[in-house]
Design a protein around this ligand. Structure first.
Ligand code: F0G
Length: 353
């Protein structure tokens, strides 16, 4: 194999490799950085979309999971545990099965998109639905990891952050330098922490001349970093970021301040409109939470808070196929079937010939 396989092989010089000989990977990373001219026209900017739904399990979590699972294996762990709004559990279950470890996943009951639940099931996760929200699940997962011989693979595990910072490297490797602004959704705040670390590292020793301003966006019903206090009962259609006590909240605020960026909130309606725009105008289908970065920039633009002519990268974090229920509930799918005749179909289409 000529090309490096997965983010660890690609960026091993920039990752903590002490004591590691066997890499757990599914070939994550190298995701498309797609130019988005229509969105760019709306924003009066040059825009690229980093499509993280193209990772093996359909979200950015795989970048961190390859590192966390590789480390857990090196440590001799037999089982891993995570709390999740869905994507972390999908990724943990896949990478654990790959590594021959047992994945234990704690999920807030009834609030997981069906595709993600299916992933955890087929990869053999020991799934425990908790009568509580993500924040309750994370507290329990941390306590379990302290008490039992299992490795915690949430993003409070520093190896997760190390793996996820590779997305910033890839962007600079493709564009030749850092963008002016990087926008992304914020939930538990691991990913904004990871990007900021990656951008700083590349700016410190060569590949980038500067770091971007980090623009994070939370869902309005789950926006503790915008409100300045925890949210006890977070609520949003973007279930992936339905989080009221972000574990890496302080680091997200540091990324915001050090980069002269911002963290703002977007409504569910703005999120769903952004999801629809990306799908219908740019050909990119993402899950609702993933559209928060796009929604946030459209909001800033409408408010006159976005200077023109900037180079902007927006991370869309998860694949639209994860949550088709939400997407389909917004469409008016014609349920009427038509006779198997070309004329009848053509008549229905009503195109000018
Ligand atoms: N987008 C998606 C699709 C996510 O699944 C998550 C987090 C985020 C954005 C936010 O990233 O937490 O690093 O700020 N999902 C976690 C999970 C919480 O359990 O899958 P973050």
């Amino acid at each position: 194999q000529k090309r490096p396989f997965g983010v660890i092989e690609t960026y091993r010089d920039r990752l903590p490799m002490d004591g590691i000989d066997q890499i757990v990977t599914l070939g994550e990373g190298s995701t498309p950085l797609v130019p988005a001219p229509r969105l760019g026209a709306e924003l009066d900017a040059t825009v690229w979309i980093k499509v993280e739904g193209a990772n093996p399990t359909g979200s950015f979590k795989d970048r961190g999971m390859t590192m966390a699972m590789t480390k857990a294996l090196a440590d001799g762990s037999k089982a891993v545990v995570c709390a999740s709004t869905g994507n972390t559990s999908a990724s943990a279950a896949a990478y654990a099965s790959r590594a021959g470890m047992t994945p234990v996943v704690l999920l807030p009951q009834g609030k997981i998109a069906a595709g993600k639940l299916a992933q955890a099931v087929v990869h053999g996760g020991r799934i425990i639905q908790v009568l509580g929200n993500f924040d309750d699940c994370l507290r329990i997962a941390r306590e379990l990891a302290d008490a039992l011989p299992v490795s915690l693979v949430n993003s409070v595990n520093p190896y997760r952050i190390e793996g996820q910072k590779t997305a910033a490297f890839e962007i600079i490797d493709v564009l030749g330098d850092a963008p002016d602004i990087h926008a992304l959704p914020v939930g538990n705040a691991g990913n904004i922490t990871a990007y900021w670390k990656g951008y700083r590292e590349y700016a410190a020793d060569g590949p980038a001349s500067h770091t971007p301003r980090m623009f994070g966006f939370q869902a309005a019903g789950a926006a503790p970093l915008v409100l300045g206090h925890d949210v006890d009962a977070p609520e949003t259609v973007a279930t992936a970021i339905r989080i009221g006590r972000p574990a890496s909240g302080e680091k997200a605020l540091a990324a915001r301040d050090e980069s002269e960026g911002l963290i703002d909130a977007v409504t569910d309606e703005q999120i769903l409109n952004a999801q629809a725009f990306l799908a219908a105008r740019e050909g990119i289908f993402v899950e609702p939470a993933s559209a928060a970065g796009v929604a946030g920039l459209l909001k800033l633009k409408a408010q006159g808070r976005l200077d023109p002519g900037q180079r902007i990268v927006i991370t869309v974090t998860g694949n639209g196929l994860k949550d088709i229920d939400t997407a389909l509930s917004r469409t008016t799918l014609s349920t009427e079937a038509v006779e198997a005749s070309t004329d009848r179909v053509a008549a229905l289409l009503d195109f000018d010939s």
